[in-house]
Design a protein around this ligand. Structure first.
Ligand SMILES: *Cc1c(COP(=O)(O)O)cnc(C)c1O
Length: 222
């Protein structure tokens, strides 16, 4: 099926309060343009350089989301244009994003990545670390970042019960963080759910799903 058909099919199943991030990593600009021409304006990439290249080539009303692991020394390549950084998993990274955002006179929205999977391979901080950061004095001094929610990735497994438990853990973390008052923290987004599990994620409270292969087809990493 075509990219626009896939996109429209998925959009028709999403409740109004759920935002769709079209995950376009590894895909050529022509594929992204097909989604763009079908109305999609939010794209997610997991490599900063690839996202910057696509940003250069594509219409400027696109919201670019960085959904992958972020290395501190590469933050500067996206600060001029990135709309939301999903994978913030430590304070030092937040501090660097703040520094770079300041140079561009921007306030950059970030999600804290919470480790909900049992696998060692997944990045993220604990719910406790997240709440400590948000309540810290040093964080309150970061004027150029705004934490708007949390992001998580479930374990790669066919065990739906386990995935559901992990999504519920992210939802309860979200509920707890929401009660914390801080100027540069406005918790409203739960980024969870991918092609294989976004419906389950929505049932567990997701407000933002990151869908790649169900829109663009499977990826070829060669
Ligand atoms: C690749 C990726 C996705 C999309 O995965 P699909 O299974 O292709 O939908 C979502 N989130 C993150 C963080 C990713 O790296």
């Amino acid at each position: 099926m075509s990219i626009s058909t896939n996109l429209n099919n998925i959009k028709s199943t999403l409740p109004k309060h759920v935002t769709l991030v079209a995950v376009s990593k590894t895909k050529p600009v022509s594929d992204l343009m097909e989604a763009y021409n079908a109305g999609q304006r939010i794209f997610g990439e997991n490599k900063i350089q690839e996202m910057a290249e696509k940003h250069e080539l594509m219409p400027k009303d696109i919201e670019w989301h960085m959904i992958g692991h972020v290395q501190r020394n590469k933050v500067k390549y996206m600060t001029a244009f990135v709309r939301l950084i999903h994978g913030v998993d430590n304070y030092k990274l937040l501090d660097e994003i703040n520094k770079q955002a300041k140079k561009h006179d921007r306030i950059i929205d970030c999600l804290l990545q919470i480790k909900i999977a049992s696998e060692d391979s997944k990045f993220g901080m604990s719910a406790k670390e997240a709440s400590e950061i948000i309540q810290s004095k040093e964080f309150s001094e970061l004027k150029n970042v705004n934490i708007t929610g949390v992001m998580g990735m479930a374990t790669f497994t066919n065990d739906k019960k386990q995935v559901e438990q992990e999504f519920k853990l992210l939802k309860s973390t979200f509920n707890n963080l929401k009660t914390i008052q801080a100027k540069n923290c406005n918790i409203e987004t739960i980024s969870m759910g991918m092609s294989g599990d976004y419906q389950l994620a929505i049932n567990c409270g997701s407000t933002m799903v990151r869908v790649g292969s169900s829109i663009f087809g499977s990826r070829n990493y060669n």
